[in-house]
Write a protein that binds this ligand. Structure first.
Ligand code: PLP
Length: 282
């Protein structure tokens, strides 16, 4: 495996992280996961724009364009001959003696490498079961930060319950997102999902769904919905770079509608590859 470290391509076994890297000590860094279909990074510019947003929010001094990151990632795909898979990429604030405030003159450290990803076809065909979890994460979920302990603990809880995802809620009137996905409900042929604010990650797939909904004339609204809305929805589905569109058929043991993936989820999934050459989302 060839790994990108800052601007250099190195072998996997040469890719080491310093003990005093702030990403390692404080989770002081940000990341992206990009899907590669047929050797091409899907919605790459949107991922890079979000990466720049996360970097800016935490004041890590790294300019994605100036560094030519897009070209470097294309090279990474070619060097590793990634056809159907993904790229993981993280940038930490860098290496400095352990102290909480941002250090001066620290060089950010970037790593990017291939991820083995394949389409979740079985989950998409059958739908997944989910559990609910009170959202105990911080209030800056809009930053794609390396601090994922709340998400990791919650995904483990789902896994222990043999569920495919856990859905977070702040209170019973306020469902936010999944532990690594965005959540949509369908009610009376209209899509609803949480507004893009500080309580969720503004998923690139979430935004691609809006694009598909426009193409397919499916109305949608970014609006907070409740646990009751969720359980009484006609359809529920989750979205992410790796989940694409995956129907949810059960929540805490309770079936959604007839317990089968619904027609609008299927329609969006069918359209997912039809409109894939969108270039950049607006
Ligand atoms: N929400 C959270 C908490 C996530 O971790 C992710 C993806 O990792 C998403 C939503 C979906 O984002 P995207 O569609 O950009 O993969």
């Amino acid at each position: 495996m060839i790994v990108l470290k800052n601007n250099d391509f190195i072998e996997r076994n040469e890719a080491t992280i310093d003990m005093e890297d702030r990403g390692h000590q404080f989770g002081d860094g940000v990341y992206e996961v990009v899907r590669v279909y047929d050797g091409e990074a899907f919605l790459l510019q949107d991922h890079l724009d979000r990466l720049q947003y996360s970097l800016n929010e935490v004041e890590i001094n790294y300019d994605v364009n100036q560094q030519g990151l897009s070209q470097l990632l294309q090279q990474l795909i070619e060097k590793n001959k990634i056809n159907d898979g993904g790229i993981y990429l993280q940038i930490t604030r860098g290496v400095a003696p352990r102290n909480h405030p941002y250090p001066e003159d620290t060089q950010p450290v970037l790593f990017a490498y291939p991820l083995q990803l394949s389409r979740p076809l079985k989950a998409q065909a059958q739908g997944i079961t989910t559990i609910l979890q009170k959202d105990f994460r911080w209030l800056r979920c809009d930053i794609k930060s390396l601090n994922l302990l709340g998400n990791v603990m919650t995904k483990q809880k789902a896994s222990n319950a043999n569920a495919g995802e856990a859905i977070f809620y702040r209170d019973e009137n306020h469902v936010t997102e999944g532990s690594s996905t965005n959540v949509f409900i369908v009610k009376d042929d209209k899509l609803y999902t949480h507004p893009a604010d500080n309580l969720i990650l503004n998923g690139i797939t979430r935004r691609y769904i809006f694009h598909l909904a426009n193409q397919l004339n499916i109305p949608y609204e970014e609006k907070v919905f409740s646990l009751t809305d969720l359980k009484e929805a006609d359809e529920v589905f989750i979205t992410s770079t790796s989940a694409e569109v995956t129907p949810v058929v059960e929540i805490e043991g309770q079936k959604i509608a007839n317990g089968q993936p619904g027609p609008i989820s299927k329609k969006l999934l069918d359209a997912f590859f039809e409109y894939k050459n969108v270039g950049q989302l607006t």
